[in-house]
Design a binder for this molecule. Structure first.
Ligand SMILES: C[S@@+](CC[C@H](N)C(=O)[O-])C[C@H]1O[C@@H](n2cnc3c(N)ncnc32)[C@H](O)[C@@H]1O
Length: 258
């Protein structure tokens, strides 16, 4: 049986080496602008997160959950948060460490699995920033539960995720503009991908993906004790995905811990 965490760790290390767009760190000019109050970050491919979703960022203890790559962590640190970036990929965390050292941002990094935050005490963070990444774990309810535990009462969870419709269709055909519905939701690469496609994915060290239901994405946050306070949807850039040209394929939520 495939060790999903180990495979995806190696795979994201490779994505970082290959320069995947989610692994390219911010430059010093952007960090300087963020220090001056001019900043925006994304939870989904294109739409910036509304600034009011963060509440008061100055001095806030912020956990960037599965947020490595030297992108959002450095911007949020420059905007005044005390940032810990948590990720499964050493190469992704190295991006945050090097930007932090280069620009004096004091970011802490932690290597691990988003479903296990046991190293953090209850109520250790004011904000969790969790960009689109729960498509890389087979079960997301444990992630919401752990997020609720490590946030203080009154804390907030900002999360981006893929909408289920994205996983109904064959990815390679979708990329070429063809919509072929072949899968069911919940989706799992390891259970539903044809054996030759799965073999290729494993050999090429591409990340293994999972498509979760809205019951697990939204209901899972509510069941973990959060109240939903904000929602928007997003898509890939036009022409990148046939399905995403027709219906939003990403969403972001603001959830509050009472
Ligand atoms: C699409 S990238 C998101 C980060 C990126 N900075 C962004 O702009 O959204 C997905 C991230 O999830 C991380 N990841 C995958 N599986 C994980 C797991 N089980 N636990 C923690 N992080 C994981 C990857 O290493 C990668 O850095």
């Amino acid at each position: 049986m495939t060790d999903i965490l180990a495979h995806n760790r190696e795979s994201w290390d490779k994505q970082a080496a290959d320069g995947n767009r989610w692994t390219v760190p911010v430059d010093s000019a952007r960090v300087a602008r963020a220090r001056a109050g001019d900043w925006a970050v994304d939870l989904t491919p294109r739409k910036p997160v509304p600034r009011e979703w963060f509440g008061d960022l100055k001095g806030a203890r912020l956990l960037g959950l599965a947020s490595g790559g030297g992108q959002q962590g450095p911007i949020l640190a420059a905007a005044g948060a005390r940032v810990t970036v948590f990720d499964a990929s050493p190469a992704q965390l190295e991006r945050d460490r090097s930007v932090s050292e280069r620009d004096g941002l004091g970011i802490a990094t932690e290597l691990g699995d988003m479903a296990d935050l046991s190293r953090f005490a209850d109520a250790s963070f004011d904000i969790i920033f969790h960009p689109c990444s729960n498509c890389f774990v087979p079960a997301i309810r444990p992630v919401w539960k752990e997020a609720a535990r490590v946030l203080r009462p009154g804390g907030r969870l900002l999360a981006g995720f893929c909408l289920p419709v994205l996983f109904l269709v064959e990815e390679e055909k979708d990329d070429r503009g063809e919509i072929v519905v072949s899968y069911r939701i919940p989706y799992s690469d390891t259970e539903q991908l044809a054996p030759d496609l799965l073999k290729k994915k494993l050999e090429l060290k591409q990340p293994l993906s999972f498509g979760h239901t809205l019951a697990d994405q939204l209901g899972g946050q509510l069941d973990a004790g959060f109240l939903l306070a904000g929602y928007y949807e997003d898509s890939w850039e036009p022409g990148m995905s046939a399905i995403s040209d027709r219906i939003p394929t990403f969403a972001a939520t603001l959830a509050l811990k009472p």
